[in-house]
Ligand binder design. Structure first.
Ligand code: HGY
Ligand code: MN
Ligand code: MN
Length: 416
């Protein structure tokens, strides 16, 4: 099929209204969102998304991990669907657009197909992946990881949040455990629109990121075992201070990541002290080191260095040290044909664009294991994300969605 004409546009106002409507569900305390996975707020957002999909003539399926699949029929009953989606769950202090733009942008593409009376050979499936963020239940991209067959559903169901609730229990509790077998669906292709969550596109003045790759990731969960003791009466030389060991490990992670520049990041976002009392030295400290690089050797080299040096630091202080890899994916190369569709769509529509490696992980990284997949990115203000002040412009949202729309139509093949 020839590529769709540059006149095929989406309804940017309708898209923006839907983004703002969804943002009312699970509001944060500073203008963003706290719609964490499998919370009542997540359930409310899911219900609204389902209503919108059904209003657009789609039928909803849900799998046993809670991922939602809204289908717009194609003309060829034998043609595998083109999947288009992202995630509606947010960080505890998340923005209004991370993930949400990809789900509602995909919905807008279908709404626009309806407006324009477009028929496609392949069905279109708008997808809301469960638990992309991994903030409440580690790891990130949990449901898409089960879908791709790299994480077992049993493992996923047993993941616990900080209150000890399990994924499986919470999915049942909110009433969004579907009946479809995870991964039984087969994809012709997968597209995901997402904000960049970094500063490059805005700094370069580009409307569109043509995403060629995504950097790989390790989440290393350290458990350090010290000795609970009085912070006042315990002499310094008698302490078995797990908190001190943790601080030295954090400093070392920074050193390792800086020494691996360019193209490497490392840091810690979550830690727990136990008993977490002001005047008790911690008996246990648990924290997750997040390291990433687009270069496989660099990524694995950082992991090896950090684990080796952490063991040395703990031995020196006399603190017990164990580490578990609770999240991982290798660097991803997206499907060149789909990447070309995105680039051609941006050119046809007159949007400035550049190749980009995604710094953040996305469900597309796991979808790429089971089907040709790629991403479209738009800038975000100051490159800020995972912060309630995350912001984009309506023009960026429209441009990204319009490019997504055209690339999807190219793959789904217009037949009438
Ligand atoms: O961690 C990530 O890269 C994604 O935002 N879940
Ligand atoms: Mn995201
Ligand atoms: Mn995120």
């Amino acid at each position: 099929m020839s590529a769709p004409g540059e006149n095929l546009k989406i309804n940017g106002e309708r898209l923006w209204d839907s983004l703002m409507e969804m943002a009312k569900i699970g509001p944060g305390i500073a203008g963003g969102n706290n719609r964490q996975t499998l919370t009542d707020e997540d359930a409310e957002g899911r219900a609204l998304f389902q209503k919108w999909c059904e209003d657009a003539g789609m039928t909803m399926g849900v799998d046993t991990m809670g991922t939602m699949f809204a289908t717009r029929p194609g003309e060829d009953p034998d043609a595998l669907p083109v999947y288009v989606g992202s995630h509606l769950d947010t960080q505890p202090t998340g923005g209004k657009y991370d993930g949400v733009l990809g789900v509602l942008g995909a919905l807008e593409a279908v709404r626009s197909m309806n407006d324009l009376g477009i028929k496609t050979r392949h069905p279109i499936v708008v997808t809301n992946w469960a638990n992309e963020e991994g903030a409440r239940f580690a790891p990130a991209m949990l449901a898409s990881g089960v879908f791709a067959g790299v994480i077992s559903q049993d493992h996923a169901y047993a993941r616990t949040d900080l209150e000890g609730k399990t994924y499986g229990e919470e999915l049942e509790r909110i009433g969004w455990k579907g009946d479809e077998e995870v991964g039984a669906r087969k994809m012709h292709a997968y597209y995901e629109l997402h904000i960049e969550q970094g500063p490059i596109l805005e700094a370069e003045g580009k409307d569109i990121g043509v995403v060629t790759h995504c950097q790989g990731l390790w989440w290393l969960e350290f458990t350090l075992t010290g000795k609970e003791a009085h912070t006042g009466s315990t002499p310094m030389l008698m302490r078995v201070n797990a908190g001190l060991a943790m601080s030295r490990i954090l400093e070392m992670v920074q050193e390792v990541a800086m020494a691996a520049q360019p193209g490497a990041v490392g840091g810690v976002g979550q830690m727990q002290f136990s008993p977490n009392s002001r005047n008790v030295l911690p008996g246990k400290v648990v924290f997750t080191v997040d390291i990433r690089s687009p270069d496989q050797a660099k990524l694995d080299g950082m992991r090896a260095q950090i684990e080796k040096r952490a063991a040395e630091i703990c031995a020196e202080i006399g603190v017990g040290c164990s580490v578990e890899a609770v999240g991982h994916f290798d660097p991803v190369t997206f499907a060149p044909d789909l990447v070309s569709n995105v680039r051609a769509a941006a050119e046809r529509l007159g949007y400035s664009h550049m190749n980009l490696i995604s710094g953040a992980g996305h469900d597309a990284c796991w979808a790429a294991k089971v089907a040709p997949a790629t991403m479209v990115m738009c800038p975000c203000v100051g490159g800020l994300s995972h912060n309630e002040a995350e912001e984009i412009t309506p023009d960026w949202a429209r441009a990204g969605t319009e490019v997504l729309f055209h690339a999807v139509l190219e793959t789904a093949e217009i037949v009438g």
